[in-house]
Write a protein that binds this ligand. Sequence first.
Ligand code: SF4
Ligand code: SF4
Ligand code: FES
Length: 254
Amino acid sequence: MSETAPSAPPASRLPPHSRTLSVRVWRGGESGHYQEFEVPRLESQTVLDVVTYIQRSLDPTLSYRFACRVGMCGSCAMTVNGKARWTCRTHIAKVTDGDSLEIAPLNNLPVVKDLVTDMDAFFDKWAAAKGRFQGTLTRKDNFARVLPGSRQRKLVDEAIECIGCGVCYSSCDVVSWNPEYLGPAALNRAWTLYNDERDTDQVSRLAAVAGDAGCHACHTQMTCTERCPKRLSPTAGIAGLKRAALVAAFKGEL
Ligand code: SF4
Ligand code: SF4
Ligand code: FES
């Protein structure tokens, strides 16, 4: 975090209708409160720019997380005006038509402090969904080839692009109602491995995702798919897992 804070812009660069933004920012842990800040409006300003300005210029004790600033790492995800988003890729003009903004930590995860959430439960669920590749080759073997045009590879062309940002997980109502639910990201990961012809852990992975807190708990409301910043569809992968689990059950494999 070595960038310098955005300084107040020249008046000519400010939108004519607004000189400052009123920003409500979550402070504290689970039982915190919102604190209000006035932040200068800038052209092409992102939500992450606003958070950075507050931390650098108004209150250095504000905690938040980011790394790449270009939509690659997913670490800057927060709740902005009620919806989970990557803050570095969210322009202020996209989320407010007025002068106010509310920024909070991601939902469905414990708050560590201010805008930082504890992602342990999120990644524990990847592990519970057997989201780890299980191959058979050793470093002495040749690379296993996966043909780009194969049916299984094409089924997960998009899903393998998930970067584990947690936006879908934070947006899923079923996770809110049932904290045991594996959630869209872990199930999306299971779907990619289920279609990986090199992986050897298929039956136990299907068993892991077919339980009460697995794919059958999804209500197919598609909030995860609507909110994913990478435009992936965890819902489609979950539907694929439901079909695969059913077939495996009929075959007596589960
Ligand atoms: S599916 Fe999309 S929203 Fe969910 S963790 Fe992956 S990249 Fe993020
Ligand atoms: S489609 Fe399923 S996983 Fe996605 S938000 Fe809805 S309930 Fe959650
Ligand atoms: S900081 Fe990496 S995606 Fe926003």
